[in-house]
Design a protein around this ligand. Structure first.
Ligand SMILES: NC(=O)c1ccc[n+]([C@@H]2O[C@H](COP(=O)([O-])OP(=O)(O)OC[C@H]3O[C@@H](n4cnc5c(N)ncnc54)[C@H](O)[C@@H]3O)[C@@H](O)[C@H]2O)c1
Length: 333
C-alpha cells in the first residue's frame, strides 16, 4: 500500500466533508492501492483544533499553517480555508514541493489565482481545485450523452445555484460577507459551480456580461453583535454568456433566495433534445430527445444508478443510489 498523507487546512463545514471523502477513497478505488490518511489539521484556536483532531482521530494539529505545510510527513495540502487564505497557503505548499487540493473559488481575484497556477506549475507539484459536482455520475452521464450527440448541437445552457443560508439579516458579518476575505459572495460561493458545469458540459466561454447585487447591506459584527458592519459581497449574481461554440446561456446564483436550500439546477438545450439535472435530486437525469418516436416524445427520468452508469460498478450495489450508504453510517452510529 502506498501511503498518501494529507494535511487539512481548516476544519469548517467543507473540511469535514473532505475528511469523509479521503476516508472513503480506498473503498471506491481499491485498485489505487493507496493508504490515504488525513494526518494533520490546522486551525487558529488551539483548544478547538485540538478537540477536532481528537474527535475525528487525526494524529496532529497545528495552529500555524506554515508548520503544517512544512511537516515532512505530509504530502498533500488540502486548503479548506476562507478564500483569501488559499493564495498564501498554496504558495507555501508549492514552494515546499507539496501537492495541493484547493477549495473553490481558487482565490479572491484573477491575479492571485493565476499566480497560484503559475507557481504550482513551475514547482512541478500536482494541483487541483475542488469542483465536486462534475464528478457525480448523473453529470458524467450528461457529458457522455452530449458528446454522443443525444441532444444534437447545443444552443443554450441555463444554470442556477440558489440557496437561502444568508437570508436572515441578523446573521453576523462572517468572512463570506467581507470582500478582502471572500473576493465575492454568491458569485464565488455558488455561481462558480455553475460556471464549472457550463464549461464541463458545453465548453469555454468567450463573452460574459454579469451583475451582482447586495440586498442586505449591514450585518451585526462578529465581535460585538450590538454594532453593525457593512456587507461587501454580492447576495445575488446574474450573467449572460456566449460560448466559443456559439451556444448562449444564463447563470444565476443567490444566497438569499427564500426556500431554496441547495438548488443547483442546469438545463442544456440542443437541436435534438434537452438535458436537465438538479442537485436536490442528484441521482436523476432528465433527457428529452427528438429521436424518440413522436407519440412518446417527453422528458424521461433516467435513474443514474445502474452498473452501466459512470462509476456504478464500483462500490454501490446496482440501483442503490448515492446517499444510501449514509443510512448505514447513521444507523450503525
Ligand atoms: N466545494 C464545495 O461544494 C464548497 C462548499 C462550501 C464551501 N466551499 C469552500 O470551502 C472553503 C471553506 O468554506 P467553509 O464553508 O468550510 O467555511 P467555514 O467558515 O465553515 O470554515 C472555514 C475554516 O477556516 C477557519 N478560519 C476562518 N477564518 C480564518 C482565518 N482568518 N485564519 C485561519 N483560519 C480561519 C475556520 O475556523 C474554519 O476552520 C471556502 O473556500 C469555500 O468557498 C466549497
Amino acid at each position: 500500500m502506498k501511503p498518501i498523507n494529507v494535511g487539512l487546512l481548516g476544519y469548517g463545514a467543507i473540511a469535514r466533508q473532505h475528511l469523509y471523502a479521503y476516508r472513503t477513497i480506498p473503498l471506491y478505488f481499491p485498485e489505487l492501492k493507496t493508504d490515504i490518511k488525513v494526518v494533520a489539521v490546522y486551525g487558529r484556536t488551539e483548544e478547538r483544533v485540538r478537540n477536532f483532531s481528537k474527535e475525528y482521530g487525526i494524529d496532529r494539529y497545528y495552529t500555524d499553517y506554515t508548520k503544517l505545510i512544512k511537516d515532512k510527513d505530509v504530502q498533500v495540502i488540502d486548503i479548506s480555508l476562507p478564500n483569501r487564505l488559499h493564495y498564501e497557503t498554496a504558495l507555501i505548499a508549492a514552494e515546499e514541493g507539496k501537492d495541493i487540493i484547493c477549495e473553490k473559488p481558487l482565490s479572491i481575484d484573477h491575479k492571485t489565482a493565476f499566480e497560484m497556477y503559475r507557481v504550482a506549475e513551475k514547482a512541478g507539484v500536482k494541483h487541483a481545485i475542488v469542483y465536486n459536482y462534475r464528478w457525480l455520475p448523473a453529470i458524467l452521464l450528461a457529458k457522455k450523452l452530449i458528446e454522443e450527440g443525444f441532444i444534437g448541437k447545443i444552443y443554450h445552457f441555463r444554470g442556477m445555484y440558489l440557496e437561502d443560508f444568508a437570508i436572515d439579516p441578523s446573521q453576523p458579518l462572517a468572512w463570506r460577507y467581507i470582500k478582502s476575505e471572500a473576493g465575492s459572495g454568491s458569485l464565488g460561493d455558488d455561481a462558480t459551480h455553475v460556471i464549472d458545469l457550463a464549461r464541463f458540459l458545453v465548453g469555454e466561454m468567450k463573452k460574459v456580461c454579469g451583475k451582482g447585487k447586495i440586498h442586505i447591506k449591514y450585518r451585526p459584527l462578529l465581535t460585538d453583535r450590538t454594532k453593525q458592519g457593512e456587507v461587501e459581497t454580492d447576495d445575488e449574481f446574474m450573467a449572460l454568456i456566449e460560448f466559443e461554440n456559439g451556444a448562449i446561456g444564463s447563470i444565476e446564483a443567490s444566497r438569499i433566495c427564500a426556500g431554496r436550500k441547495n438548488f443547483l439546477y442546469i438545463e442544456v438545450n440542443g437541436s435534438e433534445g434537452s438535458i436537465i439535472w438538479n442537485l436536490e435530486r442528484l441521482n436523476e437525469l432528465k433527457l428529452y430527445t427528438i429521436k424518440d418516436s413522436p407519440e412518446v416524445q417527453a422528458f424521461k427520468t433516467i435513474y443514474v444508478t445502474n452498473e452501466k452508469h459512470p462509476y456504478f460498478k464500483r462500490f454501490w450495489p446496482p440501483n442503490g443510489p448515492i446517499g444510501m450508504v449514509d443510512g448505514f453510517a447513521i444507523g450503525f452510529g
